[in-house]
Design a protein around this ligand. Structure first.
Ligand code: SF4
Length: 420
């Protein structure tokens, strides 16, 4: 991981919904966008609040029509996160959104006909202290008539890059756009340069980060269904974030946007860029040693723990005791399965040995008790790791099919901890 690139900082929000800082030394903010019509007020409010509950720091809404900006007046008092108005083509929607009290404007000067119109939006935002995101997304750069001239001007700057011509246009367009803002003494600009092509996303943001000190809004646009878009998004965004590039992220799915928030958060947790909320669950992929229905167990554990546990307890669900301890390194609570039973450890101490059908409830119980002890200050997260010193308890659980075949399983699995 490289250190975060230093940028200017902008503020999004107000006293009522709270202010989210983007850029500078602020944590990377997670954004998403509502999928329904903004003018359907109740549905829009419900969707915004659902995204906020899932962990979105900022939510964007589209305002293609006047009835959408009218709706903002009623939506804004009912939500608890900063709202961005997404404007294309109609500068008046931006002015109306500012008037309604929105917290940020997303604008693509390339699809607003007149520089004076862009300047009116800048003046309105400046008066209210609102930032503007300037997008040069691949799909919305529409002024390509001058491509050849631009390419000549830029010469061979990007000649060794497969996206060279496009990077050149993006940079030139950004310079053009930013000049409008700078000429109007406006600097609270966030930049985005999205594309459906992950390699172009990496190249574009890398080049932009070298040339501009504005915060960067990362995203892969029109990424597709979650099943494929997760990888399409997290690979380039993770690459950029690990290189210290990026100040706010939006993952785009053709699906419920709550998934966008969940997956963006998980990406930031994995990179250590955000403090995890809730359980950090690891699980083995299973192999020929497995003797319980681990896949079902893991899904049940995941859902139950997400509902019940607020602390970032590291929980490991391992299919066997052979390799499990090594793979569960650092877990606060761990279950090792074998011979249709499971042994549960809490910070290295064996606390239960239960039959398969009781594993889920016993594990949840231990997680609840452990969380209560952490909250009471009796123990700390990550204080002790799972340590199983040889000889390992495989003799107790039984090593699998050989012991089953030998008829030893009943005797072995009768063993319990502390008379349980
Ligand atoms: S923990 Fe055991 S069952 Fe799971 S993958 Fe490792 S060796 Fe296989």
């Amino acid at each position: 991981m490289l250190p975060r690139r230093k940028t200017r900082q902008v503020s999004v929000g107000d006293d009522r919904v709270g202010v989210v800082k983007v850029g500078g030394d602020a944590p990377v903010a997670v954004q998403s966008m509502t999928s329904g019509y903004t003018y359907e007020i109740d549905t829009c409010v419900a969707e915004i609040n659902k995204l906020a509950a899932a962990g979105a720091d900022i939510v964007r809404v589209a305002v293609p029509e006047k009835k959408d900006t009218e709706a903002l007046k009623e939506i804004l008092p009912q939500v608890s996160v900063p709202i961005v108005a997404d404007v294309h083509f109609h500068f008046k929607r931006a002015l109306e959104a500012v008037e309604a009290g929105v917290h940020k404007i997303r604008l693509n000067p390339g699809n607003i006909a007149d520089r004076k119109q862009v300047e009116q939006v800048i003046a309105a935002c400046k008066e209210r202290g609102l930032p503007i995101r300037v997008g040069v997304n691949e799909g919305s750069i529409i002024e390509r008539r001058d491509k050849q001239k631009r390419m000549k001007e830029l010469g061979g700057v990007f000649s060794d890059n497969k996206h060279g011509h496009f990077l050149a246009i993006m940079i030139v367009k950004l310079e053009e756009y930013l000049d409008i803002f700078y000429d109007n003494d406006f600097y609270d600009v966030v930049i985005s340069a999205k594309s459906p092509d992950p390699t172009l996303v990496i190249d574009a943001y890398t080049e932009i980060s070298k040339r501009f000190d504005h915060p960067l809004h990362l995203g892969v646009t029109h990424a597709g269904p979650r099943e494929t878009a997760m990888i399409r998004s997290c690979v380039p965004l993770g690459h950029l974030l690990a290189a210290g590039i990026g100040d706010t992220v939006r993952i785009s799915y053709a699906n419920d946007p709550v998934y966008e928030v969940e997956d963006a958060l998980e990406m930031l947790y994995c990179l250590g860029l955000k403090q995890r909320k809730g359980v950090d669950l690891i699980a083995c992929p299973t192999c020929g040693r497995i003797q319980v229905d681990l896949f079902t167990l893991v899904q049940e554990v995941r859902k139950k723990l997400a509902d019940e546990i607020a602390l970032p307890i590291k929980v490991a669900v391992m299919g066997c005791i052979v390799n499990g301890p090594g793979e569960a390194e650092g877990a606060d609570v761990a279950i090792f399965a074998g011979d249709r039973r499971g042994i549960i450890y809490v910070q290295g101490e064996k606390v239960a040995n239960v039959p398969e059908e009781d594993i889920l409830e016993a594990l949840l119980d231990e997680c609840r008790k452990f969380e209560a002890r952490v909250n009471a200050g009796e123990v700390k997260l990550g204080e002790k790791v799972v340590e199983i010193a040889p000889p390992d308890p495989i003799g107790e659980l039984g090593s699998g099919f050989d012991k089953i075949a030998q008829g030893d399983v009943d005797r072995l699995t009768d063993l319990t901890i502390g008379g349980q």
